[in-house]
Design a protein around this ligand. Sequence first.
Ligand SMILES: NC(=O)c1ccc[n+]([C@@H]2O[C@H](COP(=O)([O-])OP(=O)(O)OC[C@H]3O[C@@H](n4cnc5c(N)ncnc54)[C@H](O)[C@@H]3O)[C@@H](O)[C@H]2O)c1
Length: 339
Amino acid sequence: MKKINWCVIGAGGIADRRGIPALLQDLSSRITAVMDMNAEVAKAVAEKYGIERYYSDEREMLESEKPDAVYIATPVKVHVQQAMLALSFGAHVFMEKPIAMNAGEAKKLLDAFSKKGKQLTIGYMMGYHSLHKKARNMIEKGRIGQITSVRMFFSCWYPEIKGAWRQKKALGGGGCIMDLAVHCMELFSKVTGDEIASCRSFYSTETFGYEVEDSAVIAFRSAAGTQGVIQVNFNIPDDCAVSRLEIYGTRGSMVLTGTLGQEDCGKMQFISSAQTDYEAAQVRSTVKPVNYYAKGKNLYLEQFADFTKLLLSGKTDYSNAVRAMKIQETCDEIYKTGM
Ligand SMILES: NC(=O)c1ccc[n+]([C@@H]2O[C@H](COP(=O)([O-])OP(=O)(O)OC[C@H]3O[C@@H](n4cnc5c(N)ncnc54)[C@H](O)[C@@H]3O)[C@@H](O)[C@H]2O)c1
């Protein structure tokens, strides 16, 4: 069986925790080398996973290894330059979200990849969650009718950390919007098949001493006319937060709790309704919800398996990267007009 030869740029962080272990499980993938600007990290990760070679310079790695594909998991500021470098060596790129610092950068990147016929995919893995796929499937079958309202809540506890790139606007592009809200925007599109058309927002740094936002609320309208709200925070302890994705329609609703994150966990409560007449008594005790539970799959393995399958088919598909670029357009709009 043909295998895709991979190199990794930015081997510490999420690559070490999730990306590399998942890639090693993908039967169509082989990692020949890892690179990190911190040579000790590169060496430690290579040794941990039994990867033959490691580097602290990405150009040197690409020249020596000539990989089929590169997995980039570095701070947002360097995404575009590193993806362009990988492309100049003829490699396909799978890069962690968000695609770039802004939509202008993202567009240039996308144009360059499509011009050379190389695949560019951004790691928005939450669409691979078993309950998000189930929700998508049920929506496609019309189980909740016309979608009228969507609410999403996603948070993590992210206090000041010395040297953290995510806490500097010039390195991460922003705070909880660039880090968490982008996942919500992507998921909204993936699950509903719709996209955000316009938005209004509030964002601010309420709790911590860093310059990027730790709190944001984004109200939006979709292309199909659905109204929605995305709320993201860096200042709620992990133990007391439950992510929420609530989708309400004219024939039913889906409330997913604990499903946004790095694992395939949480539950979905589905309610179907045949209501047509106005119910003055507003009796709600007769409702019988159906609960669905997550299947515990590896979201990162699923996204890489999809990517390698595409590469092995010899085709390209830029739909994910186009969505990632549109998400950056929305972020640009939020940072420009938000209060
Ligand atoms: N999809 C997800 O689940 C998920 C989760 C976390 C982070 N991310 C994304 O992954 C990317 C990395 O985030 P992280 O949390 O792993 O950050 P991190 O700071 O924890 O790790 C980044 C790694 O890259 C290295 N690095 C930094 N600059 C580099 C450079 N110029 N060249 C090579 N290596 C460099 C660092 O030494 C470090 O080992 C970001 O785009 C982030 O948004 C995605």
